[in-house]
Design a protein around this ligand. Structure first.
Ligand code: TYD
Length: 357
């Protein structure tokens, strides 16, 4: 099957979030002639500051809106002559999905379906950014292939798996041109400090304990966001419609090793690591085979150890970015998520009935 036509006018949903903002920066650098409309609800994790230095670029504009608002998405696409929607918008933190799961279904499932509806109405191509978590816990010795069954185990992973199924169904049923990437644990600049790597890095820089869940021997394929963005670009330029592509380094390290590298890189005391109560339903291992993306000419630029060290260094050099975040809503979230863990009470945090934030 021939590759899809090269996109010129992109609507990037979640373009002020972590991977989305890195992608916008990367795409405009590599394709300065193209036009990018960032469509973002600007939630706690979607911040204008994530695109610092790019505002004013002639190829970039911002529409503030919710992906679940069909009229608003349609309007943004029509006004800008969009030919491709790239969907990064999602509630993405597993621990928040345990505290308040409904927000995850609203945005990740219904929101994705609204984007599919708009793409169908206007005849647009859609690329959906998904995660290796949809494959569930992978036993030692095995790797998820793109055709492996989906077996999500957290509310977050279940919402992403549901969205992946909808994207596939719209391709089969309506012939919509779609592609999906499933990324490994991604690390790098502008990741909200609630996630493990920026949390451990910023705690290390503040001399606070690093809360390592359970025995810390869970394995993750920590992948640098630059490699992830390049993987998505490869699929946008050379991927085949209706296909899924895994994006990762193809190698895993334990969370214990990740914490050790962070402390070593930042000159922190290894004694800051605290083993705390585990996450309920915590998947032990994610591991993907990434040969299908390699076959399109992509290679990861670094393995998980270097990805972790590079990311940690960014937090050391960019306190201006994370210090205000850690001073805001983050504090009450941190108390809710960690106070009982760090004081030795191994219970599960109380549910948050107000939603995901
Ligand atoms: P995270 O960044 O939340 O990504 P995900 O859960 O989507 O994989 O967590 C990465 C790993 O680090 C995961 O195995 C959970 C673990 N973790 C901790 O040990 N302590 C923490 O405080 C957090 C947030 C995560």
């Amino acid at each position: 099957m021939p590759a899809l036509p090269s996109p010129r006018r992109l609507l990037v949903t979640g373009g002020c979030g972590f991977i989305g903002s890195n992608f916008v920066r990367f795409w405009l650098h590599r394709h300065p002639e193209s036009r990018v409309v960032v469509y973002d609800r600007l939630t706690y994790a979607g911040r204008r500051e994530n695109l610092t230095g790019l505002w004013g670029h002639p190829g970039l504009s911002l529409v503030v809106g919710d992906i679940a608002d069909q009229a608003a998405v349609r309007g943004a696409c029509q006004e800008n002559g969009t030919d491709l929607i790239v969907n990064f918008a999602a509630e993405s933190h597993v621990d928040r999905s345990i505290l308040g799961p409904l927000a995850f279904t609203d945005t990740n499932v219904r929101g994705t379906q609204v984007l599919l509806e708009v793409a169908r109405e206007l005849g647009l191509r859609l690329h959906h950014v998904s995660t290796d978590e949809v494959y569930g816990d992978i036993p030692e010795g095995r790797r998820s292939e793109e055709t492996s069954p989906l077996s999500p185990r957290s509310p977050y992973a279940a919402s992403k798996a549901a969205a992946d199924h909808l994207v596939g169904a719209y391709h089969v049923t309506y012939g919509l041109p779609v592609t999906i990437t499933r990324g490994a644990n991604t690390v790098g600049p502008y990741q909200h400090p609630e996630k493990a790597l920026p949390l451990f890095s910023t705690n290390a820089l503040l001399g606070e304990p690093l809360p390592l869940y359970g025995d810390g021997l869970q394995r993750r394929d920590y992948t640098h966001v630059g490699d992830h963005c390049r993987g998505i670009e490869t699929v946008l330029l050379r991927g085949e419609s209706g296909q899924v592509y895994n994006v990762g380094t193809g190698e895993e390290i334990t969370n214990r090793e990740m914490a050790r590298i962070v402390l070593e890189t930042l000159g922190g005391n290894q004694g800051l690591v605290r083993h705390v109560a585990d996450r309920p339903g915590h998947d032990r291992r994610y591991a993907m085979n990434v040969d299908k993306l390699r076959a399109l000419g992509w290679e990861p630029g670094c393995g998980p150890r270097e990805a972790v060290a590079r990311a940690a260094r960014w937090y050391a050099a960019n306190r201006w970015w994370w210090e205000p975040i850690r001073g805001g809503e983050f504090r009450s979230y941190y108390r809710r998520q960690y106070a009982h863990r760090l004081t030795g009470d191994a219970g599960v945090p109380s549910p948050d009935v107000s939603g995901g934030e």
